[in-house]
Design a protein around this ligand. Structure first.
Ligand SMILES: [Zn+2]
Length: 281
């Protein structure tokens, strides 16, 4: 009887897990999710406690070890993941100008790791050409876990590996919902939506384009998130999303209910048992 009840209770458990962990953001939908919409899942260690960062680049055009190391450091400072690992892919393309659709097509043909249960992923595409929409663009977050970097545009404008580091961290910041995609964003520059007005903040508005190389930054390319950014990330990270905690709530309710059934069953059994037969010698 008890096993039968426990078997029946598995149904809501499975329902809760599926609705919470898959229903919140199905892996398929995460592929084309808007920039910043994955912020909570990226920042939190639950339910996705791993992050895989995939970097795809033409031969010899990927980021330096120092750029990847700095990005990894900023990720560790902002995300609550158990593990953050990097994978590298090589791409080959003869195109020289890329629309957002072209970026997506190249990504879809290259990317091997996607967000899924227990794991988030970020994809950096080092594009072998320039951005068709604006040839001054050096970095672009174009979907919720998809980032493009344009190394040829950076090099043509006289940029260095330090600029690449800044762009990689800046676009990562957009995927975390900065500036003002989520959060209160008191540092947002009214003249440049979703960007900081502070040139010492890696989310400064000039970082997306070659404007970063036009002498605006006396102290060099910024690589740190500003205090307002970090406050917003902290708020978003600690926000409770009902669907994310639903599996835990359902599990607690089901096992609490099962325990109550067992206790009730045993008490009823004790109350209903006949008195012990008297023995006589
Ligand atoms: Zn930007």
């Amino acid at each position: 009887m008890i096993l039968y009840v426990l078997g029946l209770l598995l149904v809501p458990v499975l329902f809760g897990v599926v609705l919470g962990w898959y229903g919140l953001d199905p892996p398929q939908a995460e592929r084309l999710a808007p920039v910043g919409s994955e912020a909570h899942q990226l920042l939190n260690g639950f339910p996705d406690d791993r992050l895989v960062v995939e970097i795809a680049a033409p031969p010899g055009e990927g980021p330096t070890g120092a750029s990847v190391g700095l990005l990894w450091m900023r990720m560790n400072e902002t995300l609550s993941k158990m593990s953050i690992s990097f994978e590298v892919e090589t791409i080959h393309s003869t195109a020289t100008s890329f629309t957002t659709a072209d970026l997506w097509n190249l990504e879809a043909a290259t990317r091997t790791t996607w967000p899924g249960p227990g794991q988030m992923s970020l994809f950096y595409l080092f594009v072998p050409g320039s951005y068709a929409g604006d040839s001054s663009v050096i970095g672009l977050a174009y979907f919720g876990s998809s980032i493009a970097v344009f190394p040829a545009t950076i090099a043509a404008a006289g940029g260095s590996a330090a600029v690449t580091s800044t762009v990689m961290i800046h676009e990562f910041g957009h995927e975390l919902g900065l500036v003002g995609i989520v959060g209160s964003a008191p540092n947002e520059d009214p003249a440049h939506p979703y960007h900081s007005a502070d040139p010492n903040d890696v989310m400064y508005w000039a970082v997306d384009t070659t404007a970063i190389l036009s002498g605006l930054l006396g102290g060099g390319p910024p690589t740190q998130f500003g205090s307002a950014d970090l406050q917003d990330l902290s708020t978003v990270r600690s926000t409770v999303i009902v669907l994310e905690v639903l599996p835990c709530v359902v599990l607690a309710a089901v096992f609490g209910g099962a325990l109550a059934v067992v206790v009730y069953h045993r008490r009823a059994h004790r109350r209903g048992s006949p008195p012990l037969p008297s023995t006589s010698k």
